[in-house]
Design a protein. Structure first.
Length: 545
């Protein structure tokens, strides 16, 4: 089988795609192909908008690998898997999603809704063959054919389903992503690898420090450990992980390979596209390969697509599932060993094991292939203005929400717990697709403060669609982070402390284009599928624009 590799030009022209080379691979008929452990990490293939448009078609496919695990992928053309979509503010994306999964076996009536436009916009029976797309982090209206996941279900068909979105002109430039969001089946599809990056260009205008730097797009994913049950994963190795699809797997955890020019500042754009796994990333140096343990300082540029309001220099960055971190790192000088690692993260007694692992060995070489470079800055924009503005905005009210779980019945220890996210005062209930009233109603144009508590013995991750928030407090202590996020970790409750772990979030509903009903949920997708999701309706502002 012959397929085409796409790669970005080092100098970014207006081109859409660049034909690089053709390779022949031996393993014919493998759908959603994956590199071997220990492979070289390269940037994902890319598709660029041109003249304000990006038109593309994805085939959504599945495959059961030799390890018995189910893969899912978005295939573009004959051989490009989950490319990074690169667009500018104001650009239109016209994405046709063709669901090529085998139709669900039993009990699924054919999906006929009359008008072709409405296909997929009214929910049919939920089943494992249905899918949809969520554009995580983008400020898009929650309407069908844009960024709507409650009612949009794309069934297997030849015709395909059209997503037509316009990147808002004021969308912060940075790293976003796309992934499926069919309630009940999101975890399986994302574990299988269905995800990709979406970059809104122009971050060098807000943070000129990144202009001209070599750029690396890093997508971290997770997958089940073959042969292990969920319970065994929780108590043992957790999930396997991968970097740009290069697997790092139990029990040997052979690291992937990154080769870079020596002592070079690089701009890394890291997406945690895991279904369930936390990454606490760190870069370490060492004089000998057996002792690579000296943490390096990272310059944090942006979280969840938004440039930071103030620069920080952490030695590691926690990236919960769904979140992104963009930072400047320095590659090792010649003769120094270096590793990209993930530190262990304590998800609590009921959480999944998240051990320390080396993700990749980083080797310096004068002969390393040169990465594509970030462009020079254009018009200069002050980074952080939008962070400061939200911090100063006056919240019109405060709400409290909390994560909680009902553990499995001891008589049936292998049944999953029940997962809830509840507005204080309401009765905990798992998410119901046929809900009548939203859990929360807010008015566009306003700002609210939400306290999100974790009353469970495992860590959870709060995410809301269509907007960002600012973390004002953790555990009642002012942090006033100079960052915006769309996804935030909420640590577990130890069962003893008088107060539950909490975050206080300044929720930004000022965008008057974001009206309608959408969701907030735990971004550990096992929990979201299990019911840890609620609905919010944003009603139009009383005043005219
Ligand atoms: Cu959770």
């Amino acid at each position: 089988m012959v397929f085409t590799l796409l790669q970005r030009q080092a100098s970014r022209g207006a081109c859409l795609l660049v034909f690089l080379s053709a390779l022949s691979i031996q393993a014919a008929a493998e759908v959603c192909p994956r590199p071997r452990a220990g492979s070289l990490v390269s940037n994902p293939a890319e598709l660029h908008s041109s003249n304000g448009r990006l038109d593309l078609e994805f085939a959504f496919r599945t495959f059961v690998g030799a390890d018995g695990l189910t893969r899912y992928c978005y295939m573009y053309g004959d051989g490009v898997q989950s490319p990074t979509l690169r667009v500018h503010p104001g650009d239109e994306i016209n994405l046709t999603l063709r669901n090529e999964l085998p139709a669900a076996s039993a009990g699924t009536p054919p999906h006929t809704h009359g008008m072709d436009m409405q296909r997929g916009c009214t929910p049919g029976a939920m089943n494992s063959a249905a899918t949809n797309l969520h554009f995580h982090g983008l400020d898009l209206p929650p309407t069908c054919h844009q960024d709507e996941t409650l009612h949009t279900l794309v069934e297997p068909s030849d015709a395909g389903f059209e997503y037509r979105i316009t990147i808002p002109k004021d969308q912060p430039p940075g790293l976003y992503w796309y992934h499926p969001h069919p309630h009940g089946y999101s975890e399986a599809q994302v574990l299988g690898g269905a995800s990709g990056a979406l970059i809104v260009e122009g971050i060098e205008n807000e943070t000129p420090d990144v202009a001209g730097l070599p750029e690396r797009v890093v997508i971290l994913r997770d997958q089940r450990v073959p042969g292990l049950t969920e319970v065994d994963e929780d108590n043992g190795p957790g999930k396997n992980i991968s970097i740009n699809f290069v697997p790092v797997t139990n029990p040997f955890y052979r690291p992937a390979r990154i080769v870079a020019r020596p002592a070079e500042r690089q701009f890394w754009r890291v997406l945690n596209a895991s279904a369930d796994s936390y990454f606490d990333v760190q870069i370490r140096f060492g004089a000998i390969i057996q002792d690579v343990r000296e943490p390096q300082t990272l310059e944090l540029i942006a979280t969840d697509g938004v440039a930071a309001g103030a620069r920080s220099q952490p030695s590691h960055i926690l990236i919960p599932p769904g979140a992104r971190a963009e930072f400047i790192m320095t590659t090792p000088p010649l003769g120094t060993y270096a590793q990209l690692v993930t530190l262990s993260y304590d998800t609590g007694p009921d959480g999944e094991a998240t051990p320390y692992r080396v993700i990749a060995n980083i080797t310096s070489s004068q002969d390393a292939a040169e990465e594509a470079h970030m462009p020079a800055p254009g018009r200069s924009l002050a980074a952080g203005d939008r962070v400061a503005a939200l911090g100063r905005a006056k919240p019109i009210r405060q709400r409290k929400l909390y994560f909680s779980e009902i553990p499995p019945d001891p008589a049936h220890p292998n049944t999953p717990p029940q997962y809830f996210i509840t507005v204080e005062g309401a009765t905990p209930a798992i998410f119901d697709m046929n809900f009548k009233d939203p859990n929360i109603t807010v008015r566009a144009g306003t700002v609210e403060d939400w306290i999100v508590e974790n009353r469970a013995h495992e860590a959870h991750v709060f995410h809301i669609h269509q907007l960002h928030f600012q973390v004002m407090e953790r555990d009642g202590q002012n942090v006033n982070e100079p960052l915006l996020r769309d996804t935030v970790d909420v640590p577990y409750w130890d069962g003893k402390s008088p107060n539950y772990p909490s975050v206080k979030l300044r929720m930004d509903f000022r965008n008057r284009n974001i009206v309608g009903t959408f969701v907030y949920h735990c971004h550990i997708l096992e929990h979201e599928d299990g019911g840890m999701m609620g609905t919010i309706q944003v009603i139009p502002s009383a005043s005219k624009k």
